[in-house]
Write a protein that binds this ligand. Structure first.
Ligand code: UDP
Length: 332
């Protein structure tokens, strides 16, 4: 009896798989390895396949006697989702339908789903609670919101039990140094700052300095990737203990501006970040800060990494030792 983790070779997926294994769970990773890394899956069975491939999903579920699913597999580059919507609707939405249908055919009822704060768009009030208005400003966020709606309907019609976890800004790396963030192309603030310090980029571009925030730059709620991993396991365990299906925000509840993130990096590394101020990036909300009260109450989830410097420290350890990400190991 195993847990199927789709997208388990990706950033958040691989951190969750490592924790599941440490807790003694049997895990099968199902990943297309387009964006994920084989090297991020070490002591776990890896099935290379697309979530659009229902035959392969059925085979995998039967072969490994899958009982539950944690579903990360998705394309997740926000800018790309706007210019290539077809790619995102097809893989993220149709791929999830194919996964859910395979689950139902094989009588699997429990799923924990990787959602995002991008479902909210520009918030009307802070902190953001799960009931806040949902107006995603990009296709990526729209695909995740559509999937949440589909899961709700499958819950009503077929008894699917689901937890959807809306992450704020995933960051940091496992302290083991074995896994960390490695996207191609990289679009996220913290890894880009490190790429700059490691000489892979000339400078950090700050996208927008005229937002209605104290220093004019965007404010985000950074949450450690291992705290996200922990929430998936708690959610699956809670579903087994009869938790009702539902949706949960995951964040620290603290917001940091881009300048504050840069200051944290400079404190942790002792280095100065070269930067340039540029225009706004399309679709970026000014401020995103989570209320994770519901996850605390229902899932008993409390983040271990509550200080930005501690999160940044783990990320720096990973990037410092793996300048070229997992590629470095491939070239060895
Ligand atoms: N950002 C930036 N320069 C970069 C990458 C990101 O100024 O090279 C900003 C981005 O505009 C946003 C914040 O950093 O305001 C966090 O962006 P990220 O892509 O890390 O996460 P998002 O909040 O978009 O999911």
């Amino acid at each position: 009896m195993s847990i199927l983790v789709t997208g388990g070779a990706g950033y958040i997926g691989s951190h969750t798989v490592k924790q599941l294994r440490e807790k003694g769970y049997e895990v099968v990773v199902y990943d297309s390895i387009e964006d994920g890394h084989e090297e991020a899956v070490f002591d776990t069975t890896l099935v290379v396949g697309s979530i659009l491939d229902e035959i392969k999903l059925d085979e995998t579920i039967k072969k490994y006697k899958i009982e539950d699913v944690i579903h990360f597999a998705a394309y997740s580059i926000v800018g790309e989702s706007i210019v290539c919507p077809q790619k995102y609707y097809r893989n993220n939405v149709l791929g999830t339908l194919s996964l859910l249908d395979s689950m139902i055919r094989n009588n699997i009822k429990k799923i924990v789903f990787s959602s995002t704060a991008a479902v909210y768009g520009e918030p009307e009030r802070l902190p953001i609670v799960e009931e806040s208005c949902k107006n995603p400003t990009n296709v990526y966020g729209k695909t995740k919101l559509m999937i949440e709606n589909i899961m709700e309907d499958y819950h009503k019609a077929y008894g699917l039990q689901y937890v959807s976890l809306r992450y704020f800004n995933a960051s940091g790396a496992d302290p083991s140094g074995l896994i960390g963030e490695d996207h191609h192309p990289e679009t996220h603030l913290i890894p880009i700052i490190f790429e700059t310090l490691l000489g892979k980029r000339e400078y950090l571009s700050i996208f927008g300095t005229d937002y209605n925030t104290p220093d004019g730059t965007c404010i985000r709620d950074y949450i450690h990737v291992n705290d996200l991993g922990k929430a998936h396991i708690l959610a699956l365990e809670a579903l087994s203990n009869k938790l009702d299906s539902g949706i949960y925000n995951l964040g620290n509840g603290n917001g940091f501006s881009i300048h504050e993130v840069i200051q944290s990096v400079e404190r942790v590394t002792g280095q100065k970040v070269p930067l340039r101020e540029e225009g706004r990036r399309v679709g970026d909300p000014a401020m995103l800060i989570a209320s994770a009260d519901r996850a605390k109450k229902d899932l008993n989830w409390y983040p271990d990494y509550t200080k930005l410097d501690d999160i940044i420290e783990t990320a720096w350890e990973w990037h410092r030792k793996n300048k070229w990400g997992f590629q470095r190991r491939k070239n060895k």
